[in-house]
Design a protein. Structure first.
Length: 436
């Protein structure tokens, strides 16, 4: 029987195309999977990975964790003047990162600072830290790692926080400041130098970054000072979470890898201190929120000093003093800057010191070569109106026409016969302008 050549050719064609159809089917399925995966990645509700920018040129994959973060902040002032208007006992409700960044606004090096963007970045970084911490939590009891972490969840969390910041998120020390420290560029002293910026941090800013991330996760972290240096302390003794009380209280050095030194170490480094110097300057004490704010305001003043704006610096130092009246450095810096400019303090205690001691003062700041002690703190202070610590120089409050100006918060003032306060209300924080 004769074969049908057309039918044979058709069968051969079908036989040859079967593998091709299978390959095409496989490719189609893979393309569909890739498209779906890409859509999931782009979705803002995704629980998959996303990209977080730590510094220019560094792409980091972070992972979402259950949101919101364990700790949120009740108050969110958007300007420095709004922050200065808050009572001191409300500062604990404000994110320490927000306080730090607002103190940097308007300074050289902060021209591109977007406070809200920076805070959102820190939230993402905290999520990354939380994910990596929970993922490695087994190390606390694993015999291979438990001794390294001293069988302590608190110690493990503190070290993992630093490890993720340094290794995964690109936080680093600004090595250009070693032996050449200057506050002229605000990125050296404030945390925006480590966010979307290749500048890096120093001991003035890295501890703040560490505390800001840790507090988002509920960690009991505090800033602590010694002469010319700031470090971090885990204050877990009375924490509500028993796992955070494991080692109670321990110090954390944030500038050279994870290290923990006892208090006595900071009496010998970076400067040798006597017990009296430690007591007088409030060193080795965990800072309160108002004392943290005072530190940042002083850094703002240091930036002004290094840009030859002594009057502006005096205002910053005066605000710092009003939030922390116990540490003598703020009064010394304010009176010295005021004496070398035309600035007139508004705070009665500082007015008295400036009038009493004139121009014979030497400003003293961290990293200066010499540290002369102002002699006017050894004698009795002149009588002044009582001052409640913690109220900053701020704009006057709105008032109805014909009504007297309100009293300055925190200062007891006598009223003049015409109903006006003897000392005028504080003006707003002036804009930072470079000298001609």
């Amino acid at each position: 029987m004769a074969r049908n050549p057309g039918k044979s050719a058709s069968r051969r064609q079908l036989a040859c195309s079967a593998p091709e159809r299978l390959l095409r089917y496989f490719i189609g399925v893979m393309l569909l999977v890739m498209i779906v995966f890409a859509i999931v990645l782009e979705s803002p509700q995704s629980s998959s990975s996303r990209i977080v920018s730590a510094r220019p040129g560094i792409a980091i994959t972070a992972y979402d964790v259950p949101s919101p973060l364990p700790v949120t902040f009740a108050l969110a002032p958007r300007t420095l003047n709004e922050l200065l208007a808050l009572p001191a006992d409300q500062l604990g409700k404000v994110d320490i990162a927000r306080i730090n960044l607002l103190c940097a606004t308007g300074l050289p090096g902060a021209e591109k600072l977007d406070v809200e963007h920076a805070l959102a970045t820190l939230d993402q970084w905290a999520q990354r830290v939380a994910f990596e911490t929970e993922r490695h939590l087994y190390r606390i009891t694993d015999p291979r790692y438990a001794e390294h972490y001293q069988h302590s969840e608190a110690y493990f969390r503190a070290e993992m926080l630093m490890q993720v910041l340094y290794q995964d998120l690109g936080v680093k020390y600004d090595m250009e400041t070693v032996g050449n420290f200057s506050f002229k560029d605000s990125r050296v002293a404030f945390i925006h130098g480590m966010i979307d910026d290749a500048n890096g941090g120093t001991c003035a800013s890295m501890p703040v970054m560490y505390v800001a991330i840790g507090r988002r996760l509920g960690y009991p972290l505090k800033l602590v000072t010694t002469e010319g240096h700031v470090f971090v302390r885990w204050e877990g003794t009375e924490h509500s979470n028993p796992d955070f009380r494991g080692r109670g209280r321990f110090n954390i050095e944030t500038t050279s890898g994870f290290m923990g030194y006892p208090d006595d170490y900071y009496k010998t480094w970076p400067f040798k201190l006597t017990d009296e110097q430690v007591r007088t300057n409030g060193h080795l004490l965990s800072l309160s929120p108002s004392e943290e704010f005072a530190q940042f305001l002083a850094s703002r003043g240091h930036c002004a000093i290094d840009n030859d704006l002594t009057g502006f610096a005096a205002r910053c130092y005066e605000n710092a003093y009003r939030y922390d009246t116990l540490r003598p450095c703020y009064a010394a810096w304010c009176v010295d800057a005021a004496a070398r400019s035309d600035y007139q303090p508004f705070t009665p205690a500082l007015i008295g010191l400036l009038a009493q001691h004139g121009h014979g003062l030497i400003i003293r700041r961290p990293f200066d070569d010499d540290f002369p002690t102002p002699d006017y703190f050894t004698g009795p202070r002149p009588p002044n109106a009582p001052l409640t610590p913690g109220m900053g120089i701020q704009p006057p409050q709105p008032r109805a026409p014909g009504m007297p100006q309100p009293m300055m918060p925190g200062i007891s003032q006598p009223i003049a016969p015409m109903g006006q306060p003897v000392i005028p209300p504080f003006p707003q924080e002036p804009p930072f302008r470079s000298p001609p």
